[in-house]
Ligand binder design. Structure first.
Ligand code: MN
Length: 390
């Protein structure tokens, strides 16, 4: 009988000794929570584990145990091998010395003399016998981790654990569960299967996994919240997950610069309710004036604009280094904001979508963007009929 993906994951993890864990770039709460939970658990199992990501997860997640153990440096993937032919000249002694910034390997011959031509540099073996990719619909989503080391991913078995509908099954084993709210939720049952005798969860691991479930369900407010996600969360709380700390750090702690940025976004609100929406914008100057960085605008749409009454959807335009990005959220069920994102060549889901327009300024592009949304809006029954973006 063929093994289920979950059984295959369990077998491969049991057999592996050196495991690499990675996830998508710009890691969110689920990506970093799942990565750290697996890192902590596999170490407990006695495995040699490395976790790498293209960039650090946002600072709000630095309460997570071992947060700083996730490396942004993926240079040590392959051993460097210096091979010396000893068929004619035998080696008597080998030693090495580090002098300034040089590593000198000294080989004393037993007979004769070593020559340049006896030295070669064969490709070393990879340091990992298994790669586990978390929360990532495809390999490209890992950014430089994959771009700069594609051979590592081709020559090492890959386990792909994810919950995104668009996952392209890039692994040798693919555990893609579209009914799960988060990768962290999927990991709960995998860790249980890997540790059938004794609970795999301690307070730290449970805190990491609960962080993933809470952030991917918008603290159980999003429509994707399932009975299973609540059951699993209860199980994590019972295992000692620090729920208070998660809520306080992720939802109740804001830097002054973030609050000031929100203030600017609130002042900039435009009412287009006659056309079914409300929008706001943040210019480069807004970010500079309050000393906020680009990723601090995240809460503006989900925590402020989306709460507006009487609109079908909301839009936030942010001016960034390369141009202007638009974030869309449906307020009313039945509204599909991915259709609006498509007008501008973007995409997403019915409830959340986005687009980017390069080489433009907010001043230049915003009247055009609002105008085109309204034009597409002028249709019977309020439905968007969208011509594909240019
Ligand atoms: Mn996720």
């Amino acid at each position: 009988m063929e093994l289920s993906p979950k059984q295959q994951v369990v077998e491969r993890v049991r057999e592996a000794e050196k495991i690499l864990i990675t996830t998508h770039k710009n890691p969110d709460g689920d990506a970093i929570g799942a990565t750290l939970a697996l890192l902590l658990f596999l170490k407990k199992m006695g495995k040699k584990v490395t976790a790498v990501t293209e960039d650090m997860a946002p600072d709000v997640f630095n309460y997570l145990p071992s947060f700083n153990e996730v490396s942004q440096n993926f240079a040590g993937a392959r051993d460097f091998v210096i091979s010396v032919d000893i068929s004619k000249v035998k080696a008597d002694k080998i030693m090495y010395k580090v002098l300034d910034d040089k590593l000198n390997i000294i080989i004393t011959p037993k007979n004769g003399q070593f020559k340049d031509s006896m030295v070669s540099y064969p490709a070393g073996s990879f340091n990992y016998d298994l790669i586990i990719v978390l929360d990532s619909p495809d390999l490209e989503r890992m950014g430089v981790i994959y771009d700069k080391n594609p051979d590592v991913f081709f020559e090492t078995p890959v386990i792909n654990i994810d919950h995104h509908a668009g996952n392209d099954h890039f692994g040798q084993v693919n555990l893609v569960d579209l009914t799960a709210t988060s990768t962290s939720e999927i990991l709960v049952s995998i860790l249980e299967a890997l540790s059938p005798e004794k609970s795999p969860f301690n307070e730290d691991i449970a805190t990491c996994l609960l962080t993933g479930i809470i952030t991917d369900t918008g603290s159980f407010q999003n429509a994707n919240t399932t009975p299973k996600s609540l059951t699993v969360s209860a199980q994590m709380v019972a295992a000692g997950a620090r729920r208070d700390e998660i809520i306080k750090r992720v939802y109740k702690t804001r830097s002054l610069s973030t609050l000031r940025l929100w203030g600017r976004a609130l002042v900039n609100i435009h009412d287009e309710k006659a056309d079914g929406f409300v929008w706001s914008s943040l210019s480069k100057n807004d970010f500079v004036q309050v000393s906020a960085n680009e990723n601090e605008s995240g809460g503006v749409i989900d925590e402020l604009l989306k709460t507006v009454s009487g609109a079908e959807f909301v839009l936030l335009l942010s001016e960034k280094a390369g141009g202007v990005s638009g974030s869309l959220r449906a307020v009313e069920k039945g509204m599909d904001v991915s259709k609006i994102a498509k007008i501008f060549g973007g995409g997403g889901h019915a409830m959340a979508a986005g687009f980017e327009i390069n080489n433009t300024t907010l001043e230049e592009s915003s009247p055009m963007i609002i105008q085109r949304i309204k034009e597409n809006r002028q249709l019977p029954n309020g439905q968007f009929i969208v011509e594909e973006g240019e």
